[in-house]
Ligand binder design. Sequence first.
Ligand code: SAM
Length: 236
Amino acid sequence: MKNAELPFIKDMFNNIAPMYDFLNRLLSLKRDVKWRRKMVASLDTPHGGASFLDVACGTGDVLFEIYRQKGISSKVTGLDFSKNMLDISNDKIRKSAYGKTSLICGNALTLPFADGEFDGLTIAFGIRNIIDKKTALLEFFRCLKPGGSLAILELTAPENVFLHHLYMLYFEKVLPEIGGFFSKNIDAYSYLPQSVLKFPKNSEFAATIENSGFEKVCWEQLTLGVCTLFKARKPL
Ligand SMILES: C[S@@+](CC[C@H](N)C(=O)[O-])C[C@H]1O[C@@H](n2cnc3c(N)ncnc32)[C@H](O)[C@@H]1O
């Protein structure tokens, strides 16, 4: 059955939304901020006035980073299917100078945008939760302008055997305890390691990006491979 996991994922993010930012910073030792910064910096888009879509925007951190790096005149849209995550994003936007941001409650698999609407498209820590990655990538391709830039950030398991073991120890034993304690949702933080382990190898995922029509596909491992940045371009 296609995308049967969607209601479970949506409920999970609706539940952990109030603690999401705090736990992200704590569990990644603030690396998440640097990783998002790197992702936005990798976008090859015109400076000033360019249009961006951040899919699975959650509590909105990527949206702020886009304004910070690409200029206040950027046209920025965030989309997520969790209302509670979007509410937090909305609160943060209202308290900021970025009032024109457009936030949409929607599904990454059926994006409510016209063909070729965006210069840049990002998704940070969201593609892992989407089982039907090919359909999502085809949607990303459709919504980008020719020459548009795609950047995908995702948690990955380190390939080095020693690091992999250390990482799994942290991920399977420490992280669910801390995440469960603060969020009162142990299932969500037990699901996290499972979803990372199920994520395809970097080369396999890069091949899926290429098979969805993108060119210049490449990836860069960050922080010893616990996070990977994938980059690609829609052909002109
Ligand atoms: C781990 S959070 C990442 C949030 C944000 N991008 C960040 O950098 O912190 C994953 C987000 O993906 C959203 N999500 C998962 N599957 C989705 C889908 N099919 N369509 C839209 N949003 C989805 C969840 O609601 C959640 O807010």
